[in-house]
Structures are given as structure tokens and as C-alpha cells.
Design a protein around this ligand. Sequence first.
Ligand SMILES: Nc1nc2c(ncn2[C@@H]2O[C@H](COP(=O)(O)OP(=O)(O)OP(=O)(O)O)[C@@H](O)[C@H]2O)c(=O)[nH]1
Ligand SMILES: [Mg+2]
Length: 344
Amino acid sequence: MTTRTKPSIPDLYRDARAGNRLAIGRLLTRVERGGADADAVSELAHADAGSAHIVGITGAPGAGKSTLVGELVSHLVADGRRPAVLAVDPSSPLTGGAILGDRIRMEGSQDSVSTRPAVDGDAGTVRHKPFIRSMATRGHSGGLALAVPLAVRLFDALGFDPVIIETVGVGQVEVDVVGAADTAVVVATPGMGDAVQANKAGLLEVADVFVVNKADRPGANDVRRDLELMLDLSKVTGQEAEIGYRPPIVMASALEGTGSTDVLAAVADHLAFLESTGRRDERRRHRARTEIEARLAQALHRRVADLLSSPTGVALLKQVEAGDQSPTSVTRTLLDELLASTES
Ligand SMILES: Nc1nc2c(ncn2[C@@H]2O[C@H](COP(=O)(O)OP(=O)(O)OP(=O)(O)O)[C@@H](O)[C@H]2O)c(=O)[nH]1
Ligand SMILES: [Mg+2]
């Protein structure tokens, strides 16, 4: 691009809607940075979003999530779909790489998929191409919880479907992000107590589809059995009977390219289940709630920090230090102050 002036958000959005990949990349950068620009993107996207199937994929580090996503994207593109992928904080870059590019070339597309769309120099309209973006949110406080829903909304509004989010299933925020998808896929692998680890991380509760990846390795059937047992236990507690859905367990080897069509079928079945039972709207509500909660929490956090460094806050902290007031009483005073300033 030779433009010298910074393009406006509405201009970028218009170009992105027309399929301009450079514009899409730029909008995503604004989304990552947060602030007023990100809010402006959100407002525009909100009007056009709401139809994409949002699929979260999570699991332990190195479970093969990116390799699997690469496989899924290849199949989706071959089926004429237009997927987008948001890989959050990947330690191994989603070069879904060699595999993805090769497969798509094989399927007859003109060129390979770039993992760096913003610099791939392709400013033209290539509607069938998937869009893959790695998002680094490490270090931004609350960045992930705020940026991911917005990036997903943007992809959705731009006509990508499905929108796939890959996160490492180790933190609460990561689990929340995937749990807020329409369909949450949890990837387990043969290894020491992987199913148990998933249980500890709270992944079992959010899973709509399980994938036992690296099924080419010994022990894959043990993982499957462990997962079945854990699902049986949740059945005892009534969860499964109540909703009439039991998360399927799909065996796959992303490396060897087996099982990925089964994963896609299970994901599609889950969407059909959501739609036939009215649960898709429930997911949307849950997603909106999760996002709003994260935004409110961040806004309040900022207010609290401001208040504590204000003259009032500093004076009160000194009183605690001097032993004139307790932390409890100071908290009460500050909370009154905070609520009063919020009401006005
Ligand atoms: N044997 C075997 N290896 C696999 C399979 N899938 C992925 N791998 C390998 O596992 C390693 C990690 O794969 P990734 O796809 O980067 O895993 P990931 O879960 O995305 O990793 P992070 O994003 O870093 O958490 C790579 O060396 C892959 O080649 C599989 O089905 N079988
Ligand atoms: Mg990865």
C-alpha cells in the first residue's frame, strides 16, 4: 500500500469486507492494541456479525492443536468453506504450515496460505482463502479476554465461517475463551494421565468434542477409555441426561492426516444439536456475558488503580500505614467513593 495517511477504521472495514487481506490484517492489529480504535472496529463488526460457527480448540501444550487446525482448514477449504483461524499465544508458530500450504495448493488454489497475512503483499480480493492470524497477547493485562472476542466478531462480520480459535488450555482465561465458543474441542494425547490433566484444568466441563490426537502413538486407546469413564461419571451427576448430548471422542493423527474429517463431522453434529435445541442462542448469550464481564472487570480494575493513586487513596493508605485505620475500613471508604463516582 502506498497510502501515506493512516486509513480510517471505516475505510479499512469497507476494504476488508470487500476481501482485502491487508485491510483485514490492519484491523486485527487495531483490535490487538485495544482502546478506541478497537471499540470502533467492534461497533462496525457488530452490525454484520452473528452467523459464523465459532469453534474453540484447546489442549495441553504440544498436543498437536496447530497441526490439527491445519488439517481441518485444508478440508474446509476443499469443501468450499472460508475458515479463519485465530491462534492465541502459540509457542510453535501456526505454520499449519508446510502441511496447510501444500494441501491447499494440491486442492487447486492459486497460492499457499500465509501465516502473516498483513505482510503477504496480497491486497486483492481472494475470497476463498482462509485467514490465519497469530495473536500475541502475553503481557497485555486482560488482553486476551478482550481482544479474542473482538477478533472473532471481526472475522464473523467479514464472512469467514467457521472461525476457529486455538488456545493452550492452561489458564482460566484460555479455558473461558474456548468455553464461550459455539463448539469447544478439547485435544488430548497419549501420555501420562492426559485425561486427568484435562479434568483438573476444567477442560472436561467445557468440551463438546474430544479429540485423542497422536493416535498413531501407543496409549491412545487408554486416553479414550479414561475420557469415557469421566464422561460416565458426569452422566451419573445428571449432566448428560439433562441435555441429551454426550461429547463424542474422536481418534485422530493430525500428523498422518487421519481422523480430521471425523473431527469436522463431530463439530458439525454439535452445531446441529445446538440449533435443534435452541442452545445456540444460549451460547451467544453466554459469550456476550463473558465478554461484557471481562470488559467491566478491566474497566473497574483501572478505576481502582486510579483511585488508589489519587490524593484520597494515597492519604488513606498512609493512615493504614500509621495504624490509624484498618484495611477493612479504608476499603469501605474507597468503595463508597468508587460507587459514588460511577453513579455520577
Ligand atoms: N506422532 C504425532 N505427532 C504429532 C501429531 N500431531 C502433531 N504432532 C507433533 O506434535 C508437535 C506439536 O504439534 P503442534 O501442532 O505444534 O502442537 P500444539 O498443540 O499446537 O502446540 P502449542 O501451540 O505449542 O501448544 C509437533 O512436533 C507435531 O509434529 C500426531 O498426530 N502424531
Ligand atoms: Mg499451536
